[in-house]
Design a protein around this ligand. Structure first.
Ligand SMILES: *[C@@H]1O[C@H](CO)[C@@H](O)[C@H](O)[C@H]1NC(C)=O
Ligand SMILES: *[C@@H]1O[C@H](CO)[C@@H](O)[C@H](O)[C@H]1NC(C)=O
Ligand SMILES: *[C@@H]1O[C@H](CO)[C@@H](O)[C@H](O)[C@H]1NC(C)=O
Ligand SMILES: *[C@@H]1O[C@H](CO)[C@@H](O)[C@H](O)[C@H]1NC(C)=O
Ligand SMILES: *[C@@H]1O[C@H](CO)[C@@H](O)[C@H](O)[C@H]1NC(C)=O
Length: 392
């Protein structure tokens, strides 16, 4: 072989690098979303509140085992045993999991986006709760603050010329948010009627955030509604009642609390319709967490969950919550000593308040198939969607 036909080592390395680079860029062009920006509360927090708790000094349980045991095999700050809906969305689009804004974020390369969601976060800011005399323990993490963090990173993230192009290819996950605004009030013993008056301001705050993001260049949104809170273990425990017709006979969930979630969700959808009409170039997908979750609560065994089990896997009692009266039992999943079920995939509820990875996975699958408007399957780009089905 003549020496002219041989590749010099430098040339060979160069070619290998080119091949590697082109396969990476191939990855990014498979789905048409290159990044996700997320705002919300513990349902989407991938580590922010854990990091904030370490710097501000309040305790969050999501930094201790058994949190994270299922997928990550370590606590990541997620409020579950494993992945959240935002993680399933990211994996489905062929993206890396979305790094939290606080913590070990790599400041030069946030290719898959940034997650601003913080556990405990509210849609309304602190002054709203102060005015109503409601104790709201997590300060300065409302939706307004999350939006301001996003605006702060913009100059380092993109330049005027390419911001719009980047956001054009980004998915904005806005929520779930608002659940805590109501939680704090319910926990404080406020009436259904009073808490109902919070819904308009909460929706207004969500809506303002969407519109500000559209003005910055956001085009595609997923906006989740509230979960059926009447099916959540901690609510079943705190608001139990001996009267039988207090509960939905089909699911064992508390009827009036689920009606509250639906009240919020109806108003949210009306507002999303208004925003779509005002901004016809945008795609605003309503993610119906409520009905996707209710499908599971109606038929738990179809999804591999224990029939009639509304209690959490970790902490509290594993008895059917709705049949037990108000007890002193604390729903506390905190630290390796906590009593944890053998198989979290048989439980919908993880820690009393949040759901298991298995439940989030099924809710996500439901969103893809039936429970989003306009349908996610058609509205999100095709490549990334079909490619990663097997990962679930
Ligand atoms: C809280 O929200 C109100 C109304 O949206 C706003 O006027 C006020 O400046 C906000 N306060 C803080 C501290 O962000
Ligand atoms: C919240 O922000 C305000 C205004 O920036 C500040 O004065 C206050 O100390 C902050 N509170 C907490 C708990 O961080
Ligand atoms: C955004 O994407 C749409 C459709 O994919 C395209 O028509 C439009 O030119 C893009 N706008 C920018 C600023 O990149
Ligand atoms: C349930 O009760 C516990 C103990 O009193 C309280 O800490 C928690 O905030 C309550 N949660 C709700 C959603 O009512
Ligand atoms: C149980 O619910 C009924 C209404 O369905 C209400 O009248 C009653 O006060 C409740 N009891 C308790 C102990 O909360």
């Amino acid at each position: 072989m003549s020496s002219a036909g041989k590749l010099s080592p430098a040339t060979a390395i160069f070619i290998i690098i080119i091949i590697l680079l082109s396969s990476f860029s191939g990855n990014f062009t498979v789905g048409c979303y290159t990044s996700i920006f997320s705002f919300g509360d513990s349902l989407a927090d991938t580590g922010n509140s854990l990091h904030l708790s370490q710097t501000i000094g309040y305790h969050v349980n999501s930094g201790t085992f058994p949190f994270g045991q299922t997928y990550f095999h370590r606590p990541t700050g997620r409020f579950s045993d494993g992945r959240l809906i935002i993680d399933f969305i990211a994996q489905h689009l062929g993206l890396e999991l979305i790094p939290p804004y606080f913590g070990e974020r790599n400041h030069d390369m946030f290719m898959p986006g940034i997650n601003f969601a913080v556990g405990g976060s509210t849609a309304m800011n602190d002054s709203f709760f102060d005015q109503k005399g409601i104790h709201e323990p997590y300060k300065n993490v409302s939706l307004i603050h999350q939006l301001s963090w996003f605006k702060q990173i913009l100059p380092s993230y993109c330049h005027q010329s390419n911001c719009r192009e980047i956001f054009n290819n980004s998915l904005f996950l806005l929520g779930e948010i608002g659940g805590n605004d109501y939680n704090h009030a319910f926990a404080d013993g406020r009436s259904f009627e009073e808490i109902q008056t919070f819904v308009d301001p909460v929706i207004h705050s969500i809506s303002n955030t969407i519109i500000e993001l559209i003005e910055i260049g956001a085009v595609t949104f997923i906006v989740p509604g509230n979960l059926p809170i009447g099916c959540i273990s901690i609510y079943l425990n705190n608001f139990s009642n001996s009267s039988k017709d207090y509960y939905d006979p089909e699911t064992g969930c508390i009827i009036w609390l689920n009606e509250f979630s639906q009240y919020h969700n109806d108003k949210l959808q009306t507002e999303l319709t208004r925003i779509r009409d005002l901004h016809p170039h945008t795609t605003i997908i309503y993610a119906d967490y409520y009905n996707s979750a209710m499908a599971i609560f109606r038929n738990p065994s179809n999804y591999g969950f224990k029939e009639g089990e509304l209690g959490p896997c970790c902490g509290g009692s594993n008895d059917k919550v709705s049949s037990s009266k108000n007890t002193d039992e604390k729903y506390s999943c905190d630290g390796p000593e906590t009593k944890t079920c053998d198989d979290p995939s048989e439980y919908i509820n993880w820690d009393g308040t949040h759901l298991t990875e298995a439940a989030y996975k099924w809710i996500f699958k439901g969103l893809l198939k039936d429970y989003s408007y306009p349908p996610m399957e058609n509205s999100l780009c095709n490549g990334g969607l079909s490619l990663h089905h097997n990962e679930l």
